[in-house]
Design a protein around this ligand. Structure first.
Ligand code: AVI
Length: 310
């Protein structure tokens, strides 16, 4: 598995840097260092999504649990540190199991072990996998139990709307889920959005630049990381935050027997984070077979939590 991921990482990097403009896929942010940096981002004063979503889930957990069946299996693709799953699991009536998946298997297993201390009777089956490719249901999970997909954090925003539709459709087909509980970041003023992705402490910059460090560590690249800078901007037309890494001068970088030339000011596009209106996201979900929405937000309408039915 690890070897396959290594090969995929190399192929994806070489392919992305051969494009014009150059790109790197955001799923590679999350090695051990990147996952730890992302956990720090979630605590930043500027990064409102995590705490706002957690507060909505906390406040609405009872309503959410009432809308779901008893004995559900909670399935969380790209689960990370499992903090939000705790809130939902606490409220669910007799959950039959929890399946967290993550591309960073080491980080996931550590988080799952700590979760099992607090939920000793809950079967927890972590799966190290790339949800952008496939979702697997562990054999230990009872196939007759209703599955609720839990996809918080506005991770869906990291996909182009077309890809997001494909993903939501595939999630339903591959897990047979009956419900989808999903967190979505909402459109708002640009200052708030840009500050959330360009924080004063520079944690998001370190997170973005860690991609180059990872290429150096794992693929023997020779990026001079301090010769790139982090950029976050709001693309209003596409309703998305974009993150880029900008070359501070003309330079040439070697990776796995290949060379990539950069001119001063040239950017590598590393991430999109789409921001939706509740109406727009409801429409997107409906296109993929998820309907009958329940919707909750905070008092400032910063973030939305939807519960859809298949
Ligand atoms: C994981 N994802 C939803 C985050 C986001 O807000 O798009 C990733 C992130 N990138 C920079 N800060 C956070």
């Amino acid at each position: 598995m690890l070897e396959r991921l290594d090969t995929q990482f190399r192929d994806s990097v070489l392919n992305g840097l051969s494009q014009d403009p150059k790109t790197l896929e955001p799923k590679w942010f999350y090695d051990a260092e990147g996952s730890a940096l992302f956990d720090q981002i979630c605590q930043l004063p500027e990064y409102y999504p995590t705490r706002t979503e957690a507060a909505i889930l906390q406040e609405r957990a009872g309503e959410i649990a009432d809308a779901l069946d008893e004995g559900v299996v909670l399935y969380e693709p790209g689960a990370g540190s499992l903090r939000k799953a705790r809130i939902v699991l606490d409220a669910l009536k007799n959950p039959a199991g929890f399946v967290p998946t993550d591309i960073s298997a080491t980080h996931l297993h550590r988080a799952a072990e700590s979760l099992s201390c607090d939920f000793p009777d809950l079967p927890i089956d972590p799966v190290g996998c790339d949800f952008t490719k496939h979702l697997a249901m562990p054999a230990a999970i009872d196939k007759d139990m209703p599955v609720t997909l839990f996809f918080p954090g506005s991770t869906i925003g990291n996909f182009e709307p077309r890809q997001a539709e494909t993903l939501l459709r595939r999630f339903r087909q591959e897990t047979g889920a009956v419900h989808l509980l999903i967190g979505v970041d909402l459109v708002k003023n640009q200052e708030t959005l840009v500050a959330a992705y360009d924080d004063r402490a520079g944690v998001t910059a370190a997170f973005n630049l860690n991609l180059l460090k990872r290429i150096n560590r794992e693929l023997g690249g020779d990026f001079s990381v301090d010769r790139f800078r982090h950029i976050a901007l709001f693309n209003e037309r596409k309703s998305r935050i974009e993150m880029h890494l900008e070359s501070l001068g003309d330079q040439s970088v070697g990776i796995a027997d290949r060379r990539f030339d950069f001119v001063a000011g040239e950017r590598i596009h590393t991430e999109n984070s789409y921001k939706y209106s509740p109406e727009h996201f409801t429409e997107l979900a409906a296109n993929t077979g998820w309907g009958n929405p329940k919707f909750w937000t905070d008092t400032k309408s910063l973030f939305g939590v939807f519960l859809f039915t298949a």
